[in-house]
Design a protein around this ligand. Sequence first.
Ligand code: TNX
Length: 539
Amino acid sequence: MKRNSLLKSILIFTAVLAITACEQEKNKVINFPKTDLAMENMIPMPLKVNASNSAFGLDQNTVIHTSPNMEEFHEVGEYLSEKIKWQTQLDIAVNDIQNTSSNRVIFIKQLDENTPSNKEAYELTILQDSIILSSTTAEGAFRGVQTLRQLIPETSNDTLSDTEMWLIPSGEIADHPNFEYRGAMLDVARHFFSVKDVKKYIDLLAYYKINSLHLHLTDDQGWRIEIKSWPKLTEVGGSTEVGGGPGGFYTQEDYKELVAYAASQYITIIPEVDMPGHTNAASLAYPFLNGNGKKVEPYTGIDVGFSTFDTRKDTVYAFIDDVVREISEMTPGPYFHAGGDESLVTKKDDFNYFISRVDKIVKKYDKRMIGWDEIVHADIDTTAIAQFWSNEENAKIAVEKGMKVILSPGKKAYLDMKYDTVSKYGLHWAGYIPVDTAYIWSPEYYIKGVNKENILGVEAPLWSETITNMEELEYLAFPRVIGHAEIGWSTEENRDWENYKVRLGNQTPFLDRMNVKYYPSELIEWKKQTLPIKPRLKD
Ligand code: TNX
């Protein structure tokens, strides 16, 4: 009996000792090295950054919690945990109610939905023992997660505590985008890109907070989206591409998969069916659509402006109605892009008549029409959006009509322009676009009379006449699309080439880990390790 109670006392005593030791370990003050949040490598540069010069030690004891009963916030937490694992190998539990002992928490918190704020706005408060990421929406939290990912250093520290720690600089960030629409466009018509390729592009765009992916699904050289009521579009029109390769197309299941994948990263897919020009592939499948009076042959060259739909036939509009309906049904986003560029063999009146009828069809399926800037001459609803690419007068007319404009200036935002005379891929009709030229411009001041309030946002198109695979796509898109993402998100006063180019050089670890074959522009010092950068201009 006596022996038993002695044993009991010893056990209790040891347990108390162990708990105390554990508590001490938990509360042990860690001497974090001095950090500076404002000197980090965030792209796009957030609106406001306040450093508090200490750090949060991300380690195996860290847990993620998200606002209770909010499924979308929970998913953002899971996404963050997955990305932390990808970068650091750490396994971070999300909303694990068993684990109440952890003293390091990342809390993703929903602010009161009635708080007036931009839906992509978020705040990050980074303290020594917690990180609080708050937003009124899961979308805002998702954008904030990208910032947080960019703050996790490449290398860990194993001298501060008995666990390996990745030191996240402490401080506060309050951020929201300068423009609502921040897009990239991919031409899958001139050359086809697989679902897998597009998903990789989506992953990369999301990291830089781009929120729209415009897919140029049809052109003279190929029709890439299955339309059940008009099967020959893909059976016949999908089998060609520039240079005579095999082409390809997305089944409706593929397309839905892409839409869902993009949506999981808060990216809206904008489908484009380019018409009345750029329609050789459609007319090859269904010759009654053709309006240029010539026999339709498969086209695998790169000229533009020779094809047109017959704009005065009702059957053509019945066809378009089916196409817009089927695609709209699979597209939750608010936009349908109807093309409208370079219809050089369509008579002016016919063109305007056509665009105005298509606008009505698009509206019938509850979408807002986007068109290349030529559409502004037609009688269309002011809810339609003009995408400026080359003609400034057209952009001004759009503004006069009360339409919103998306800016994609060929001389700045075209990812398919060569960097310089020795570029491996690309065209150069709008000039050569080195990395600095692509970065140094402001949407608000690009066209006189087209002001901030007229601009829905910006988009960087990647036409694919000269690229056939992912590696070539990455050569043209990276790094320029990263600068473009900053132009769409960050305010003018937060953008500065000298500061940006160091942050860009520090993207190498991420790009390498993603296996991105970016163009190693000599203007940038590409770092294998992150280096300190100069303060921002306004500091
Ligand atoms: C112009 S930009 C086009 C495309 C070409 C591109 C090549 C626009 C609306 N049309 O058809 O692919 O140039 O850079």
